[in-house]
Design a protein around this ligand. Structure first.
Ligand code: ADP
Ligand code: MG
Length: 626
């Protein structure tokens, strides 16, 4: 039986909100109109999934056909058609689905729109998936012809998006045998959507992983060519996926041409269900340290792409690429609502823990590969030590360091703790920009002499976490350039006895230097740190670390202001000989100033008064030359 009683089309008025939304779509000067295709393909795929699901309960609905989406182009007629063999729509379905705002995302969009200032609306379209109505961004007229599975009736919905739509019954031979056909009569400025190359590019980029195969007919009477095969790689069993397939997929999802260094593919079950397919790349993306660079994990809901802007992972894991496909999130939530959803928070927690535990496994099973990972992304992961208090211990465990005893090899804090000297209670570190200079800096001489390993920290982030009161295994981190060195309890390794107490002459010279330098320093004292150099600068015990102060000053956050402590080596020849001079000798005053300037230069700084420095140096040289 077929219904050929084609009554006159019945014209209906859109719900008020739809009319407003359509007005916006019709008049949109919108740079990213391509999203309409994603929306229509997603609807077609949903319809196929619904049919699949419904025919579980009602096998009579199953047609025996495999699900498919066909995109047909007709450049001459300026027409784009998207057809599916899914569940289809009845007349009542059409009135409900294509005449009102049924989806919560669109509702949220409308609320936003009402609150938005003039001129903001185009941006808003990009932030929300606005569904079916987005077709009116590119089409003057849209026709939807559909036959609901299990019925013998077909209807055509059509509208120019200007306030009304009409629905009429159509003969079955004018409708798809099963499912829905959406025909867009494209606007003058949207003819590119009848070009094969354009459509192919958009489909691959936006809908490449839709779970229903997509075919393209590039002109009337041409054969259909398969664009995507409808298999979502991440839903397949791990054992059935080859490394090449993972690499290809990684490249398409990351837009990078290297190979993944680490692949995570698993399904989380229990309270929340989601699939994860994530990769740690082999190489650094160029914008890794761009402050605006956000994470790049894609979020899918039941294989439909939702957004790549949700916080699937914390910022310090922004190098991880891939996707999470949730079974639990509603498909039509706005991105903003997703961002605030407790489900996303649960996913974030689960995936973060998993990435960190996989990295930990890698570090235990393949030290070389882990070292390569650390070379590439360690500086980013370390941001987490500062930002993610709850996982600080884990992240410190994953961290690797260059140290005074490790040479070019990476050392873990476990390695460090195992090599601590008797009576050593802290983990010592030096911060700076240049590893070579740190390794030879005067401040660590005394540590070297005692065989105490010092972490050489050269990433900007190090100054932040190391100074933030972190500890590892109960051992605090302590800067070698801050406070007293406290080395008296630890014996030198070359067998020499602990240094003798400072001689009285040296004590009075220290007092003399302090008076001479005045406000330039906060204190002058005898050093435990120095063995071969005459002088060095350190920060006071409760002051801000000197490297951190430099970083903050360079970024304009604080002026350089705190005065350093000058430490002198009371056993150094230069110090003892200057100490022996009478206090009114010019040479003694010049010597005091030059010791200070020398210490600044060793820290990579400039003397405060370059002219005075040059004059003193010249005077002394002239004297030495006779
Ligand atoms: P959403 O897909 O989020 O529900 P849309 O605006 O994209 O919102 O679509 C609105 C509704 O129109 C869908 O929920 C569905 O009921 C119906 N619909 C749209 N396209 C199709 C289609 N190809 N087949 C069946 N129903 C469709
Ligand atoms: Mg939709």
């Amino acid at each position: 039986m077929s219904d050929t009683s084609t009554a006159a089309p019945e014209t209906r008025v859109f719900e008020a909100d739809v009319a407003r939304l359509l007005h916006l779509m019709v008049h949109a000067v919108y740079s990213d109109r391509d999203v309409f295709l994603r929306e229509l393909i997603a609807n077609a795929a949903d319809a196929c999934e619904k049919l699949r699901y419904d025919s579980i309960a009602d096998p009579a609905l199953a047609s025996g056909e495999t699900a498919r989406i066909t995109i047909a182009l007709d450049p001459d007629a300026r027409r784009l058609t998207i057809a599916d063999n899914g569940i289809g729509m009845t007349e009542a379905d059409m009135i409900e689905a294509l005449g009102t705002i049924a989806r919560s995302g669109t509702r949220a969009f409308m609320d936003k729109l009402t609150a938005a200032k003039d001129g903001e609306s185009p941006q808003l379209i990009g932030q929300f998936g606005v569904g079916f109505y987005s077709a009116f961004m590119v089409a003057d007229t849209v026709e939807v012809t559909s036959r609901r599975a299990g019925t013998d009736l077909a209807h055509r919905w059509s509208s120019d998006g200007l306030g009304t739509y009409s629905i009429e019954a159509v003969p079955l031979d004018q409708a798809p045998a099963q499912g829905t056909r959406v025909v867009l009569h494209l606007k003058d400025d949207a003819t590119q959507y009848t070009e094969r190359a354009t459509v192919e590019r958009i489909v691959r980029a936006q809908s490449g992983h839709v779970p229903v195969p997509i075919a393209l007919i590039e002109k009337p009477d041409a054969d259909a060519a398969e664009l995507t095969d409808g298999s979502a790689l991440w839903t397949r069993a791990k054992a059935d996926i080859t490394p090449e397939e993972y690499t290809d997929f990684y490249r398409s999802v990351a837009g990078q041409w290297d190979a993944p260094a680490l692949t995570l593919h698993y399904r989380a079950e229990g309270k929340h269900e989601y699939n994860v397919l994530a990769f740690v790349p082999e190489t650094r993306p160029f914008d890794l340290f761009d402050p605006d660079r956000a994470g790049r994990m894609k979020l899918y809901v039941r294989r439909v792409f939702i957004t790549d802007e949700a916080d699937v992972l914390p910022r310090y894991l922004r190098f991880v690429r891939g996707l999470v496909d949730s079974a639990d999130l509603p498909l039509n939530m706005s991105r903003e609502m997703i961002q605030q959803s407790p489900l996303l928070a649960a996913i974030n927690k689960g995936v973060t823990n998993r990435v960190l535990s996989e990295l930990d496994k890698l570090s235990q099973h393949d030290a070389d590969k882990y070292a390569a990972f650390w070379d590439t992304f360690g500086a980013v992961l370390k941001e987490g030590i500062y930002e993610d208090y709850a996982r600080r211990e884990t992240l410190l465990g994953l961290a690797r360091f260059h140290t005074t005893s490790g040479g070019d090899a990476w050392r873990s804090l476990k390695d460090y703790a195992g090599a601590m000297r008797e009576n050593q209670t802290a983990i010592y570190y030096a911060t700076g920009t240049d590893r070579e200079r740190l390794a030879t800096s005067p401040q660590i001489e005394g540590f070297r002499a005692r065989g105490i390993e010092v972490l050489l920290l050269t990433d900007a982030v190090d100054s932040f976490w190391a100074g933030a009161g972190a500890d590892f295994d109960g051992k605090p981190f302590k800067s070698v350039t801050q406070g007293l060195a406290d080395l008296g309890q630890i014996a030198p390794i070359d067998g020499t006895d602990a240094p003798e107490p400072t001689a009285p002459e040296a004590e009075s010279f220290i007092a003399y230097v302090k008076t001479t330098l005045g406000d330039a320093v906060s204190d002058v004292r005898a050093s435990e740190r120095l063995t071969t150099s005459a002088a060095c600068l350190v920060a006071s015990e409760h002051g801000i670390d000197r490297q951190l102060e430099r970083i903050l000053a360079a970024s304009g956050q604080t002026p350089r202001g705190t005065r350093p402590v000058l430490e002198l080596n009371p056993r150094h020849d230069l110090v003892t000989r200057l100490a022996a001079l009478p206090d009114d000798a010019d040479l003694k005053a010049d010597g005091a100033h030059l010791l200070f300037d020398e210490a600044r230069i060793a820290d990579g700084e400039l003397p405060d008064d370059a002219r005075a420095f040059a004059d003193r140096l010249s005077r002394i040289l002239a004297k030495a030359l006779g």
